[in-house]
Design a protein around this ligand. Sequence first.
Ligand code: NDP
Length: 454
Amino acid sequence: MADYDYDLFVIGAGSGGVRASRLAASFGARVAVAEERFLGGTCVNVGCIPKKLLVYASAFREELGEAQEGYGWSVGEPAFDWPRLIENKNREIARLNGVYQGLLDGSGVESIEGRATVTGPNEVSIGGRTASARHILIATGSRAFRPPEIEGVEHAITSDEAFYLDALPERAVIVGGGYIAVEFAGIFRGMGADVSQLYRGPLFLRGFDDDLRQHLAGEMRARGIDLRFDSVPTRIEAGAGGVRATLNDGSQLEADQLLCATGRHPNSADLGLEAVGVECASGGAVVVDEYSRTTVPSIHAIGDVTDRINLTPVAIHEAICLANTLFNDRPMAPSHEAVPAAVFSQPPLGTVGLSEAEARASFPEVDIYRSVFRGLKQTLTASETRCLMKLVVDRASDRVLGLHMAGHEAGEIVQGFAVAVRAGLTKAQFDDTLPIHPTLAEEFVTLREPVTGS
Ligand code: NDP
């Protein structure tokens, strides 16, 4: 057997790359991981973690209002300090970078700072030297994309910059209708900004259950977000202290910042992949088989660079499967079925399994259980916010195919129910579970009558 410098050389120390490195090392492999930017990747530095901290920060305004209106508190006129929040957030991210370094060091993984490229099926180049490896893992993630067809798009920021702005944009325009767009619309609005969100199609959050999409649109508008569908900017100009966007209907919007949240593209360019025969799809995604192996058998890829389901827990799952396959004699193909997800909009969405439309396309008879109601917490306040809960059930087997929620702590609630949906439990088994009263979550086990059937 050929003698290599490493058993595994990982390019990219994000969520997937770090997990694969540590686990492979725990199985006895000699591992190195190269990172050119920051430890922890998008999730830790400019993604999930700082985003959730900003969501927490922005939600206080509504809560303070409710406390004052209905619950007897006097909190005076709230004031928000963006630089203080960003400073605190940056300190926490720096701490997490250190935690990641400690995890790699503690598991015996060699971490190398710099950009690595692939120079052969078993060879990488890094910092002027080459190293050989039995296996190479591409875990380079993705980067924010700004549509080039928008004239002056260079004046727009992406989520990368949004996390480091010097000041809260008092007027913000957000382009896009996916996770990042609705999350930042809620963040900036919650902090008191005037927010316009523009989505190119008739209804945002394509792919999510239609009831959730419509419900969230109503809730965002009720919170004062100027949500416009079938709307895109055609031109962006830099103006005094901000930007001016001209939209497809000819109207104009002025703002302090325009954020493009129009998707992310795989980081697969300039890594030497084509030269060694690793196939990439037209959008740049590295093509892999069910075991995350590329068209070159010694080279593997996981996470956003493969553009399967671009979520941190999915990248980690793919990493765990790969390390077991390569170094633990236990071939594992990652499952991309019934992956639970949350959108940290305001209110948040939680979802697992099939949307109603997906279920109707695959099952002859589908029952829908749905409830839209005012949570107990709102009863003492003037808030009109409503919670939406929905079950999608296969009538023939009684199996719960999909579970969807818009409302307070939807992510926390759906995480628990995801176990039941993934386990293939039936509606009767849901009904058999006693509720915890009074909670929002109890609604999922007390939905008695289907609202529609087919
Ligand atoms: P998404 O793919 O979710 O959404 C991109 C949005 O931009 C869509 O509404 C899309 O429209 C629109 N769009 C794409 N191209 C253009 C264009 N040329 N002009 C106008 N609009 C355009 O990407 P995000 O950037 O929101 O997020 C990236 C990924 O990060 C997500 O896929 C998600 O997996 C992950 N993420 C997960 C989070 C979570 O788990 N809570 C939070 C944030 C991100 P259309 O639908 O019509 O194609």
